[in-house]
Design a protein around this ligand. Structure first.
Ligand code: ZN
Length: 139
């Protein structure tokens, strides 16, 4: 894959340096056979250093996951080698099955069928809490 010339795909740019791998995992890109490149510690005039993820496939991306990991990231949709769309992202009010509750007494640890839902309780400090037990999401 030529990382500079994606024909149809998604480029997630301006990811805070160090967050690229976390985002890669939360987007479950490690479970796909798509052509994906993570470029770490790219020197950026604006940010110092940044990470970039390039997905060489026209797949729907979960903007909520991206915004959760890094609300400052930008999402560029590439078609036929050209930037056709820049998606706006903002912190989602709820996250479903993205992160999991760490409280061993939480109902989600015994009821396997329950969805793991977290609600944004403090936008300024980016705090999410489990809707069942109020445990704060870590990381
Ligand atoms: Zn919980």
């Amino acid at each position: 894959m030529n990382i500079d010339s994606i024909q149809n795909g998604v480029v997630i740019d301006h990811i805070t340096a160090g967050q690229g791998m976390k985002l890669y995992k939360l987007m479950k890109l490690d479970n796909t056979d798509l052509s994906v490149a993570i470029i770490k510690n790219v020197v950026s005039r604006k940010m110092g250093k940044k990470d970039i993820i390039k997905i060489d496939a026209d797949i729907p991306v979960d903007l909520d996951v991206i915004a959760y990991v890094d609300p400052g990231a930008t999402v560029n949709i590439i078609r036929h080698g050209e930037l056709v769309e820049k998606r706006q992202i903002e912190l989602p009010k709820t996250l479903t099955d993205v992160i999991f509750c760490k409280n061993p007494r939480c109902i989600t640890s015994t009821e396997q069928e329950l969805r793991h839902i977290f609600r944004l309780t403090d936008r300024e400090n980016k705090v999410y809490r489990c809707i069942y037990c109020e445990t704060k999401a870590g990381g």
